[in-house]
Design a protein around this ligand. Structure first.
Ligand code: BGC
Length: 762
């Protein structure tokens, strides 16, 4: 039996985990940037440091190691040389580097810091470990679809341990931005559109990266909650774009995953690129000081995003580099990434009294406190070990975890006539599409250290799974954006000669990620032409969708008998997909983002408001809130995902239907698998606060439970509901809960009826 009450932990994040954070030694150390909790040795260092050395500690630069990850990602980062950078280490004008390469580089740099720099302050090595290191796990959006925070914790732990074995102390993850506009490319890095799921994944990932033995453990990496805040709410889904948003929505939707990450012990936060209602986040004292520090009591380190302070000039907020430095620093950004503005301008600003020395010391103490917490003052080389770097990556165990996580992230949208799972023998399979074979587009857009070349492609995975590898023919049929000569003819011939077609189409990994917004979230036209031609052959077709976002599907792809969302699944992608295709593992993931009917609905999310003219169920009615073409719902909603079982919901028990002060209402439903295969069903509890002083969403996810059901098995699945589960941000911008009527659904998705009823809050 695999049954876990995942809701409790999520619901307790606000309370118990805040208490845990308050009690954590890292917090105590960081909160006391005033000095008392820092070891005397560190305090003595601060007393000895020159202003230039202090500004150096607040400077983080891309590593310039030749051929290193940082320069591969952004050639502009490599304008300096490694020798120049070593000189900066020697001079004490660098606090750390990011996206470098491995233990050899780290050992050389740390060696210079410890032997040749005046104060011998260890460097910090940071990196973007977003979904794996050398073992690559599914993109975070896919993994959120597992609705399995424990899985996310395990993959983050494995990624953290691998990165730490290669000299990395600090990851720029988790990305916890709520993403409700599928045009935005960076939704792929986060947990999707829902606040509860976002909180739970943030909590799990932070605990995973940091491990259970404290940040000083040699296999722990410090996490960084990013991008603070509302980066996912950019106008029109355009990356980096302005955000004009109410404080209520910030507090209700965008802040909670950050609070969860901090409660789980994240010691650092990254300011986001966007402006918020006229003030860039990087220079926003309300956000970075009033909310983050005063209200939430965060004592850790705030780092800018890549040249975030420099960008204040382009925003039209700072006149020049000096002013940008002052505005970012005084708003609360302690460490500057990549512009070098802090080391260039802070000394002068301090000399002229425009930046108080106390503020400089506070920021320096936070950097030093992080280095203390990571154990770097005890042993600056604790994560730098070329032998561990070789032996502790891509192990049997991490690759098995990647395969498991991949399979658990695949969402089955359709399975008409139960054509899936496919038999492993006796069928000729045509594997068609630009993602059918080849070492490309396997590991996802935001992986710095893994390579496609080390990953398992679909054709390999399928051939391994079937009894006779000769029964599989492969045809690309099309490029990703452009047709290939003769491609469709060859694909149609392959389809004709097969018993079943597996059509692997969708987005390349370059189509999502940073700066990859799309105006039309569709399968590219060249691939649609291929799909229609292949579907017209008339063989059973299974569509596999590579994607880093929710897509608007159309034509034969929308109505294909079987559709699986296969995202970008990482190192073992081909095997993970084959496991689900052939029923070695049943599909159990759910959509973490809604798939709309059309791009024009974006930003679309299930938890929208009702409006004064909701269309209601049934056909489109005149003068109601819908488009000319579609109802304002999803083609495939958040929470949707089928299994190889046949699942039914019945027997709602409202537990008396009344929730009074201080008590718990337990509601339940009977979930039955009348199919012939076992299934892992993610049972979801949604609530609607029918009337409130602030209008509430038509549905909000409040809890979910994963239940394994054998063929023919029925189970009663129950959920406790407490007053605190019904809190929302009230008129005074404080959490509140109001008596009255609540609707509830225990259902298989945000749009499914499941079983529904009402209760009263006294
Ligand atoms: C991204 C961050 C990332 C940083 C460092 C920026 O462009 O927005 O998410 O951590 O680069 O690579």
């Amino acid at each position: 039996m695999n049954e876990r009450q995942v809701s409790r932990r999520g619901l307790m994040i606000g309370a118990a985990a805040t208490a845990a954070w308050a009690a954590s030694p890292v917090r105590a150390m960081l909160a006391e940037a005033g000095g008392r909790a820092l070891p005397a040795k560190v305090e003595a260092l601060v007393a000895q440091m020159t202003v230039a050395e202090k500004a150096g500690q607040l400077t983080l630069m891309a590593a310039t190691w030749a051929g290193g990850a940082a320069t591969a990602l952004n050639p502009a980062a490599g304008t300096s040389t490694f020798e120049t950078q070593l000189g900066e280490v020697r001079a004490g004008s660098l606090g750390g580097v990011f996206n470098g390469n491995g233990a050899t580089m780290a050992r050389r740099m740390q060696g210079v810091a410890m032997r040749e720099a005046r104060l011998k302050i260890p460097l910090l090595f940071a990196a973007d470990i977003i979904h794996g290191f050398r073992t690559v796990f599914p993109v975070p959006l896919a993994e959120a679809g597992s609705f399995d925070p424990e899985l996310a914790r395990r993959t983050a732990r494995a990624a953290g341990a691998e990165a730490a074995a290669s000299g990395i102390d600090w990851t720029f993850a988790p990305m916890v931005d709520i993403a409700r506009d599928q045009r935005w490319g960076r939704g792929v890095e986060g947990a999707g559109e829902d606040v509860l799921l976002g909180r739970m994944m943030a909590d799990a990932r932070v605990r995973g990266f940091q491990g259970e033995r404290g940040l000083a453990a040699p296999d722990a990496v410090a996490s960084c909650a990013k991008h603070f805040a509302a980066y996912g709410a950019g106008e029109a889904g355009l990356d980096y774009n302005s955000v004009d948003i109410s404080e209520r929505t910030l507090r209700d939707v965008y802040f909670p995953p950050f609070q969860a990450a901090l409660a789980a012990g994240a010691p650092t936060v990254m300011a986001s690129f966007n402006e918020i209602s006229g003030v860039p986040a990087t220079a926003n004292p309300w956000l970075l000081t009033q909310v983050l520090r005063r209200e939430w009591g965060f004592g850790g380190l705030v780092v800018s995003d890549y040249t975030g302070d420099e960008e204040l000039i382009a925003h039209g907020f700072a006149a020049d580099a000096r002013e940008a430095t002052k505005l970012a620093f005084m708003a609360g950004v302690d460490m500057s990434m990549q512009s070098a503005f802090y080391r260039l301008h802070l000394p002068d600003l301090v000399a002229n009294g425009e930046v108080p020395m106390a503020r400089l010391d506070e920021a320096v103490r936070r950097v030093l406190a992080l280095k203390v917490a990571l154990g770097l003052f005890d042993d600056p080389f604790r994560r730098i070990d070329p032998r561990r770097e070789k032996t502790r990556v891509r192990t049997k165990a991490t690759l098995a975890l990647a395969r498991e996580a991949g399979a658990k992230s695949i969402v089955m949208l359709r399975n008409e006539g139960e054509i899936l799972p496919l038999p492993r023998a006796g069928k000729r399979i045509a594997l068609i599409g630009p993602f059918a074979q080849g070492k490309h587009d396997l590991i996802g857009p935001w992986n710095v250290y893994g390579t496609d070349a080390e990953a398992i492609d679909l054709a390999t995975g399928v051939r391994e799974a079937v009894a006779d590898a000769g029964s599989v023919t492969v045809a690309d049929g099309s490029g990703i954006d452009a047709p290939i000569a003769g491609g469709i003819d060859a694909a149609v011939a392959a389809a004709r000669a097969a018993d079943v077609v597996v059509l692997a189409i969708g987005e390349s990994q370059a189509m999502s990620g940073e700066a990859q917004s799309r105006t039309d979230i569709v399968v590219p036209a060249a691939q649609m032409a291929l799909a229609e031609a292949v579907i017209a052959v008339g063989k059973p077709v299974v569509v596999l969708l590579s994607t880093g976002r929710g897509l608007a599907l159309s034509g034969g792809v929308l109505t294909a008998p079987a559709v699986l969302v296969t995202w970008f699944l990482g190192s073992e992608a081909g095997r993970s997909i084959a496991d689900v295709l052939f029923g070695i593992v049943g599909p159990s993931a759910r959509l973490p983002v809604s798939f709309p009917h059309a791009t024009g609905q974006e930003p679309y999310h299930y938890g929208h408001k009702s409006t004064g003219r909701p269309n209601g169920p049934g056909p489109l009615a005149p003068y109601k809130a819908h488009y000319r073409e579609y109802a304002n719902d999803a083609a495939f909603p958040f929470g949707h995902g089928l299994t190889y079982g046949r699942i039914g919901y019945a027997g709602l028990d409202l537990g008396g239907g009344r929730l009074s002060a201080g008590s718990t209402l337990t509601v339940s439903a009977t979930v039955t698998n009348s199919g012939t295969r076992a299934a892992d069903e993610v049972v979801q509890l949604y609530v609607q606060d029918v009337t409130a002083s602030i209008t509430r969403p038509v549905r909000e996810l409040k809890a979910f439970r994963r239940v394994t059901l054998k063929p023919g098995e029925s189970r009663v699945v129950s959920f406790p509901i407490r007053r605190t589960d019904l809190l929302f941000v009230g008129g005074d911008l404080k959490p509140t809960v109001e008596p009255g009527r609540f609707r509830l659904w225990i259902a298989p998705s945000a749009q499914a009826e499941g079983v529904a009823g009402e209760f009263m809050l006294a």
